[in-house]
Write a protein that binds this ligand. Structure first.
Ligand code: ZN
Length: 219
């Protein structure tokens, strides 16, 4: 029976004054495999400042793309029903020539991270989840981007209007996956661009009170 490591143990506590790993302590507290991996990690001879490393990128730096890919992997690993074909479609969506800010927007929409009235209301930041544009329904991501009659005005000037009217209420990740499996890359790219334009004009209305003009948004 050995002593537990204190909760505030940091890596330095596992390194001795000669800058070697404290092998006995490591072997006592970690599994054989983990101990081996720790002991294989080279230590600098001269102490250096710690830096944050994003382990999912080969250069160690975080990028939205690697974060997004990781998020997708987690999403898919949670959902064994998703086929490899669907995953491939998603990777294709990411690889498109879409501006970075639009990719970030799409990722946030798919993860339900956009600050819609419903999301802010759930976090107790506003009093009610009602859509400020139509005052008809609560505003979740699907409502804001596809269902709201103000958003529909913008869809109306696109070739997707008839289809958008038929889409049942759902989360954006499912919707984009379905679109990616049925439509051409170019179409999916356009749909994402329209969603972004709708969100942009919605924010102009919410924050600056500017009326939404579908033609300006599309431009
Ligand atoms: Zn609305």
């Amino acid at each position: 029976m050995h002593m537990e490591l204190p909760n505030d143990t940091v890596v330095t506590d596992l390194i001795d004054e000669r800058h070697h790993w404290k092998e006995d302590i490591i072997c006592q507290h970690f599994s054989k495999e983990a101990s081996e991996r720790i002991l294989q990690t080279p230590l600098p001879r001269i102490p250096q400042q710690d830096i944050l490393i994003w382990k999912f990128d080969k250069h160690g730096s975080y990028s939205v793309k690697s974060g997004y890919q990781l998020a997708l992997k987690q999403k898919f690993s949670d959902n064994p029903g998703c086929s490899d074909t669907t995953r491939t479609h998603w990777e294709v969506v990411w690889a498109k020539e879409i501006p970075e800010k639009v990719k970030v927007f799409m990722w946030r929409a798919a993860k339900n991270l956009l600050p819609t009235a419903t999301n802010l209301w759930k976090r107790k930041m506003i009093m009610d989840p009602i859509c400020k544009r139509c005052s008809c329904r609560s505003e979740d991501v699907f409502h804001a981007l596809l269902e709201c009659r103000v958003a529909r005005k913008l869809w109306k000037v696109t070739e997707f209007y008839e289809e958008v009217k038929q889409i049942p209420h759902q989360d954006m990740l499912s919707l984009l996956q379905e679109m990616a499996s049925k439509r051409t890359k170019k179409d999916v790219e356009l749909i994402i661009a329209v969603c972004w334009a709708i969100w942009y004009s919605r924010n102009c209305f919410i924050f600056y009170g500017k009326e939404e003009n579908p033609l300006i948004s599309v431009a």
